[in-house]
Design a protein around this ligand. Structure first.
Ligand SMILES: [Zn+2]
Length: 133
């Protein structure tokens, strides 16, 4: 599979999860922790007397997850745990930001060097050309 196709699927999956998680929030689904068993439980949007066992890896015990492999409860759990995967664009944006921060830091070090050496800005065209090259 091409990287592009993989990225598209990843984006699609993320959008699905985001959408389902928002639907769950609007519907009033809550993620609770059963401390005794150390498990997450999701309340049902339609029936306040019903709860589903939900797990980031194993999924959800509701009918929707069983048939579709995804549901509001599981999506909301992933969202609350910060487990919805980043899209490829977001990852590269984060990498670009990192590179930018590093460039900033390098620039500041370079400026410190210039100031400390007392040379100031290069004024001769030859020197400026050498630095740019
Ligand atoms: Zn579910």
């Amino acid at each position: 599979m091409s990287t592009e196709a993989r990225a598209r699927i990843e984006t699609q999956r993320r959008e699905d999860l985001d959408r389902l998680a928002r639907q769950a929030e609007r519907a009033g689904v809550r993620i609770l922790v059963d401390r005794r068993r150390g498990q997450h439980v999701a309340t049902s949007a339609s029936d306040p007397a019903v709860c589903y066992l939900v797990d980031a890896d194993a999924g959800c015990s509701c009918l929707g997850f069983t048939s579709a492999g995804k549901c509001q409860h599981h999506s909301l759990l992933l969202a609350e745990l910060g487990l919805i995967p980043e899209t490829a664009e977001e990852r590269s944006a984060a990498l670009a930001q990192d590179a930018c921060d590093e460039a900033d830091a390098a620039y500041e070090v370079a400026m410190d060097g210039v100031i400390a050496s007392g040379r100031g800005w290069p004024s001769a065209p030859a020197e400026a050309g050498r630095i740019a090259a």
